[in-house]
Write a protein that binds this ligand. Structure first.
Ligand code: ATP
Length: 296
C-alpha cells in the first residue's frame, strides 16, 4: 500500500500552549508505514488557510489542524474544496468539534486516532460567504469572541474572566428568524447556530445536535435575569439545554436572520463583522474527517 502524504499545520498560539516539541512528538508516534509527514507553523491569522490551500491543491491527502476550532475552520474550508481529508490534534481553548467527535484531548492518543485513519463524512454549514464546522452565532457570544480576539491571554481562564466582566453590561437584541420558511421574532441574549452540540469545554448548547443529520440547531438564549446565569451554565455543562426555560432550540436547514444593525458575529469562535441580513445553510455530508468511530 502506498503511503499518504500528511501535513500537520500547527497554530503556535492556540490554547495558549507551547507547541515547539509537537513535530518531534508526532514523529515519534505516527505510523510511518502509512504516512509521510510534513509540518508547518502558522505565522498570522489566515496563514493556515493559505498553507492548506496550497497543500490540498498539490499532493497532500490529509491535512491535520493542530489547534482549536478557528484553526480547523481555516484548514477545513480548503480541505473540503479539494475533497481531501481533515485530521485534528486538539490544541485550542475550547476544542468544540474535537470534543464532539470524541477525538482525545491528549496528543499521543489523538495521533493514534490518525494512525487508525477511520474517515467519517460530516455536515458543514455556510454563513453568508463563509463556512463553519462547529458553531456560529451572534449576540453575547459574538461580542465576547471579538473582545477575546484583542486580548493577549488565551486559554480557558482568560475566557472565563472576560466573560464575567462583559456579561453584566450586555443588552439582548431583537432578531427576526426565518427557519425553513417559518417566521419567529425573538429577543435574545445569544443566537447560536450549532452543527455540533457544544461551544467547547463540554459546554453543550444543543445537546441533540448531530453532525450527520443534515440539520442545524438554532439555539435562542432568551433574555434572563443574571442570577439565573449559574442555572444556564449548569444546563450547558450537563447537556440539558434542550429542556431549559432559558434556551429554545429549533432545527432547520435554511436559516435567514434579520437584526436591527450591522454587528459582530462569530464563526467557529473567531469574530467577524457582518450586515443586518444573515443567510445560513447546511451542506450535508460535505467534509471527510478522521475521527474515532464515535457512533459505536
Ligand atoms: N502565528 C499566529 N499568530 C497569531 N494568530 C494566529 C497565528 N496562527 C494562527 N492564528 C490565529 O489564531 C486564532 C485562534 O486559533 P484557534 O481558534 O485555533 O485557537 P483558540 O481560540 O485558542 O481555540 P478554540 O477555538 O478551540 O477555543 C485563529 O484566528 C488563527 O487564525
Amino acid at each position: 500500500m502506498s503511503k499518504s502524504n500528511i501535513l500537520f499545520i500547527i497554530n503556535p498560539i492556540s490554547g495558549g500552549k507551547n507547541k515547539l516539541k509537537i513535530p518531534a512528538l508526532i514523529d515519534a508516534h505516527l505510523d510511518r508505514s502509512k504516512y509521510n509527514p510534513n509540518f508547518s507553523f502558522t505565522e498570522y491569522v489566515g496563514h493556515a488557510s493559505e498553507i492548506a490551500e496550497e497543500a490540498a491543491s498539490k499532493n497532500f491527502d490529509i491535512i491535520v489542524a493542530v489547534g482549536g476550532d478557528g484553526t480547523i475552520n481555516e484548514i477545513a474550508t480548503k480541505v473540503m474544496q479539494q475533497n481531501k481529508i481533515l485530521g485534528i490534534i486538539p490544541f485550542g481553548s475550547g476544542n468544540g468539534l474535537a470534543r464532539f467527535l470524541k477525538i482525545p484531548m491528549k496528543t499521543v492518543a489523538a495521533i493514534k486516532v490518525i494512525n487508525n485513519c477511520n474517515v467519517e463524512v460530516i455536515d458543514t454549514a455556510r454563513f453568508n460567504d463563509k463556512c463553519f464546522f462547529n458553531m456560529a452565532g451572534m449576540g453575547f457570544d459574538a461580542h465576547i469572541s471579538s473582545v477575546f480576539a484583542g486580548n493577549k491571554s488565551r486559554g480557558l481562564t482568560g475566557y472565563l474572566k472576560l466573560g464575567l466582566t462583559e456579561v453584566l453590561n450586555y443588552k439582548p437584541q431583537v432578531y427576526q428568524l426565518s427557519i425553513d420558511g417559518v417566521e419567529y421574532e425573538r429577543k435574545a441574549f445569544v443566537v447560536s447556530i450549532a452543527n455540533s452540540s457544544q461551544y467547547g469545554n463540554n459546554a453543550h448548547i444543543a445537546p441533540q445536535a448531530s453532525v450527520v443529520d443534515g440539520l442545524l440547531d438554532v439555539c435562542v438564549v432568551k433574555e434572563f435575569p443574571m442570577y439565573k446565569l449559574p442555572v444556564l451554565a449548569y444546563e450547558m455543562l450537563s447537556a440539558r439545554t434542550d429542556r431549559s426555560k432559558i434556551v429554545e432550540i429549533i432545527k432547520g436547514k435554511n436559516i435567514k436572520i434579520k437584526r436591527s444593525q450591522d454587528d459582530a458575529i462569530h464563526i467557529d469562535g473567531e469574530p467577524f463583522f457582518m450586515g443586518k441580513e444573515l443567510d445560513i445553510s447546511i451542506k450535508p455530508l460535505s467534509l471527510n474527517i478522521i475521527a474515532p468511530n464515535y457512533e459505536s
